[in-house]
Ligand binder design. Structure first.
Ligand SMILES: [Zn+2]
Length: 144
């Protein structure tokens, strides 16, 4: 799912409805798998840079590291990223800067964002470490 940022104009929000099949995310983790589709909404608009903001909802099947049983958990992650067309005439070094809110600006080479890659990164980061199911988590808490 490629988004071209060149057709995003000022004072205009490009709304995208996310409804992506789990087959696009088979490579998130060897032991973790998606259940159902990834849904959500993403807005693209211009601030000083192109801003991609929204949320996605998905359910993961996670293997518990304590009892080895798989359990399902629903996640809702908020996405906020900035993109800037990188000027290839300046430098080939990736110009990734952190602003005060620690939001990374990603350089773009041909004005295109691969939305599936963006969402995949958020899913991978959302996988808890260690993975503990609610039952094991509960008995853990009772022991304390
Ligand atoms: Zn468990």
């Amino acid at each position: 799912m490629m988004i071209n940022i060149k057709d995003i104009k000022e004072d205009q929000v490009k709304k995208l409805t996310i409804d992506i099949g789990k087959e696009h995310f088979l490579d998130i983790d060897a032991k973790v798998s998606l259940i159902n589709r990834v849904k959500g909404e993403i807005n693209l608009f211009l601030e000083e840079k192109v801003c991609l903001q929204g949320k996605v909802v998905y359910t993961l099947s996670l293997p518990c590291s304590k009892c080895n049983k798989s359990f399902e958990e629903q996640f809702m992650v908020h996405i906020k990223e900035y993109y800037e067309e990188s000027d290839s005439s300046k430098s080939s070094v990736k110009d990734i800067e952190l602003n005060s809110k620690s939001i990374v600006t990603f350089p773009l080479t041909n004005g295109e964002i691969d939305l599936i890659n963006v969402i995949r990164d958020y899913i991978i980061t959302s996988i808890p470490i260690p993975i503990v199911c609610p039952i094991c988590n509960e008995s853990e808490n009772q022991r304390r």
